[in-house]
Design a protein around this ligand. Structure first.
Ligand code: PEP
Length: 265
């Protein structure tokens, strides 16, 4: 069971939902979770950039934190196709997702790039959600823990312990994500989460490193969500496909709150 008092749970809708889809999704999700105290959970949605401005009031109304799927490490300049922290601030984003496996593996982003984005996100007062995870071959070679430690320590270089309260980590094994992904067993996920927690404590000490939420992501669904959340060191869930239907997502949230004995009524 997590040591943290709140459940962290959210979704990234990738490049799937249009503005109209996102409006409908957030409206329904808000309605379906209206009775659940936000003191017991941090509920977040990371939609497409184009939807952010339109859905910000809906998210605010339902106490759902909005995130951005990516961000440039510069405030402005000659960076065609990038999105600035100032632009994200303007539309009410609270979380910036950094280093999702698709950014790393489809678009060649490196740990050094993630690090620049993390430092920039923190400078601008966002919560930085750093995604890390080993590939299938790295798992097979037995180097998953080394990979995770490298991604963490390089991605978070230069972040002070006082800034740790604005950092969340998502452990998302690459082999577990998406349509061809196989969910990690609860034991495997818990072992990796322990490695991550230890590295965070090495970086920032027991208090600051121990308080950083570490979420699991990768083929979470209605069947495995509750067993995952009961494992030590798993502080939340970052869900793709199974969260994109708001009724399904709300059912998972309720089940996880119940099993995790969070303070919902
Ligand atoms: C993801 O891509 O971050 C993810 C967790 O997706 P899914 O739940 O669909 O595997």
């Amino acid at each position: 069971m997590s040591r943290l008092p709140k459940l962290y749970i959210g979704t990234n809708t990738k490049m799937y939902k249009t503005i109209a889809d996102t409006v409908a999704f957030l409206t329904e999700l808000g309605r379906n979770t209206r009775d659940l105290s936000r003191d017991c959970m941090e509920l977040f949605v990371i939609p497409s950039f184009t939807a952010l401005d339109r859905v910000a009031p809906i998210a605010r109304q339902h106490e759902i934190t909005l995130g951005a799927q990516n961000m440039c490490w510069e405030d402005r300049g000659q960076f065609t196709g990038e999105i600035s922290p100032l632009m994200l601030r303007e539309v009410g984003v609270g979380i910036v997702e950094i280093g999702h496996s698709e950014r790393r593996h489809c678009f060649g982003e490196t740990d050094d790039m993630q690090n620049k984005k993390i430092l920039c996100a923190l400078r601008h007062g966002f919560t930085a959600l750093l995604c890390i995870g080993e590939t299938g071959p790295q798992k097979e070679r037995g180097t998953a823990d080394e990979v995770l430690r490298m991604q963490l320590k390089n991605g978070l270089a230069g972040v002070a312990p006082s800034q740790a309260k604005n950092v969340w980590i998502a452990y998302e094994p690459v082999w577990a994500i998406g349509v061809s992904g196989v969910p990690a067993t609860k034991e495997y996920a818990a072992q990796r989460h322990q490695v991550i927690r230890k590295a965070l404590i090495e970086l920032w000490g027991e208090e600051a490193g121990g308080g950083v939420p570490v979420l699991y992501g990768g083929s979470v669904n209605g069947q495995n969500a509750t067993e995952l959340i009961q494992m030590p060191c798993i502080d939340g869930l970052f869900i793709g496909r199974s969260a994109w239907d708001p009724d399904n997502f709300a059912q998972i949230i309720r089940a996880v709150l119940r099993e995790g004995a969070y303070c919902h009524s």
